[in-house]
Structure formats: structure tokens, C-alpha cells
Design a protein around this ligand. Structure first.
Ligand SMILES: C[S@@+](CC[C@H](N)C(=O)[O-])C[C@H]1O[C@@H](n2cnc3c(N)ncnc32)[C@H](O)[C@@H]1O
Length: 242
């Protein structure tokens, strides 16, 4: 392999460069099947409710928004990764670049699918609950999934690598003190046959259930532990405004 001589960082705001690198390499993670299964689970929850408007926070490439739109539900999304938000916008989806604070309006349902809450630390999560409550219509629901401690320590932790014509990816994840430290190293193949190296770290936080049961903005109305990759690696939470 021929490497270029310097390590390039993505030309994005440094605050979300890690999320943008995640967006760039997501196709190499082999998570399509799990994503699809998760989207079906959320859809089956929504099918039981009278939802006319929905906000998908951390919508990524907008796969779930497309499914929701197809049901005739007015759906909006947001994502702090510029790469993710742009990719959804390019698909014609109603998506803003930013976190939930960037979204105006109120919704019958708000969802945060596939670890989105684990990207927030304890303090950010507290603020987030209030931002969700502000944007829920009366009787509206917030649905989100979180990783169990087992999901972090036994499923997410470890090393993997993967490659395709876009380049070579190495992912090294370590779960320490209830935090998952994941280093993504991507060697992107350039047109001239050289490789550019991108490296970013993503931190994810384990949240105990008490954090959800005890917050003063939302109340948990249902929780179910389920298995996505392994037995009981995730919990689905359904919450309403207090
Ligand atoms: C594993 S991806 C899931 C994407 C999408 N929900 C799906 O089901 O395919 C996690 C997403 O959360 C977004 N994210 C990270 N931190 C966030 C935050 N504080 N608020 C909203 N979204 C966030 C990331 O940019 C990424 O798109």
C-alpha cells in the first residue's frame, strides 16, 4: 500500500469530525440487517398509535424517515453530523443539520434510533429530556433504545476491520468505567491510488435505567429488554411528558 505522507482530517467542524467519520465509514460496519430489524421494531410500536407527525433525532441517512413517510406520516429529522444530514437532504427528506435544539415544532412521536442516546453523556441526556418534552404534543410518545451494560462489554467491545473499494477501516472499541471508547481508523483510497488516513474517537456512555426512571421531564411508560446482536443487549424505552 502507498500512503500519503500526512494524516488528513475531514474538512468539517472539529466538534463533529468524529460523527462525520462515522458517517463516512458506516457502510463498512455491516450493520444494515440490525438497522433494518430495529426500524421494524420501532414501526411496530408506532403502528399501534395514532401518529400524524414524527421527529427522528439522530436520523442518520434517513432510512427510518423514508419508512415513516411511506405511511403518510409527516416526518422530520435532525442529525449533528453534516455528512449524515446532507445525505438525508439529498434523498429529499426534511432534515436539519444539528441536534434537537435545531428543530422547531411539536410532534406526536419523537424517536432516537440505534444508540443515539448513548452518544450523550449524563448531563447532555438531562438537557435532552427537556428538549424532547418541549417538542411533544399532549399524549405524544418518545421512543428510544439504549445499550445494556452487557451490550457494551460483550457485544460492542473488541476489534474489527473491513474493506471495500472505498478503503480500509479498523475499529478498536474498549469499554472502561461505563464508557465505550471507539477509535475509528480509515485509510481512504484516493483516485491516484494513494491512501489518506483519518482517525477519530467516539465516546459512548452506558446509562443505567434509573437515569430514565428518575428524570423530571419524561416518564417511562414501557420498557422492554430485547436482543439485537446478542441476548438482552438492548432496552427499548417508551416515554411520555410528565
Ligand atoms: C448509529 S447511528 C443511527 C442512525 C439512525 N438513527 C439509524 O437508525 O440508522 C447514530 C446517529 O446518532 C447521531 N448522533 C450522535 N450524537 C447525537 C446527538 N447528541 N443528538 C442527535 N443525534 C446524535 C449520529 O450522528 C448518528 O447519525
Amino acid at each position: 500500500m502507498k500512503f500519503s505522507l500526512f494524516t488528513k482530517r475531514l474538512k468539517m467542524s472539529s466538534k463533529t469530525a468524529n460523527l462525520d467519520l462515522y458517517a463516512k465509514v458506516e457502510h463498512l460496519l455491516g450493520i444494515e440487517e440490525a438497522t433494518d430489524a430495529l426500524h421494524s421494531l420501532y414501526m411496530s410500536e408506532l403502528d399501534d398509535l395514532e401518529v400524524k407527525s414524527l421527529l427522528d433525532v439522530g436520523c442518520g441517512r434517513g432510512g427510518f424517515l423514508k419508512r415513516v413517510n411511506a405511511k403518510g406520516i409527516r416526518a422530520k429529522g435532525c442529525d449533528p453530523s453534516e455528512v449524515m444530514a446532507k445525505s438525508s437532504q439529498d434523498e429529499g427528506l426534511d432534515v436539519v443539520h444539528g441536534g434537537i435544539e435545531a428543530v422547531e415544532g411539536k410532534f406526536d412521536a419523537i424517536v432516537s434510533i440505534f444508540d443515539v442516546l448513548n452518544f450523550m453523556d449524563k448531563e447532555q441526556l438531562e438537557v435532552f429530556f427537556h428538549e424532547v418534552a418541549k417538542r411533544l404534543n399532549d399524549g405524544g410518545v418518545f421512543i428510544a433504545d439504549i445499550n445494556t451494560r452487557f451490550g457494551f462489554s460483550e457485544v460492542a467491545e473488541g476489534v474489527m476491520s473491513s474493506e471495500d473499494e472505498s478503503g480500509f477501516l479498523n475499529v478498536d472499541a474498549e469499554f472502561v468505567n461505563d464508557e465505550l471508547h471507539t477509535v475509528f481508523t480509515f485509510f481512504e483510497k484516493e483516485n491516484d491510488g494513494k491512501y489518506s488516513k483519518y482517525q477519530e474517537k467516539i465516546l459512548q456512555y452506558f446509562h443505567p435505567l434509573q437515569r430514565f426512571l428518575k428524570n423530571d421531564a419524561l416518564k417511562v411508560v414501557e420498557k422492554q429488554t430485547f436482543s439485537l446482536y446478542d441476548t438482552n443487549d438492548k432496552v427499548l424505552l417508551i416515554m411520555k411528558k410528565r
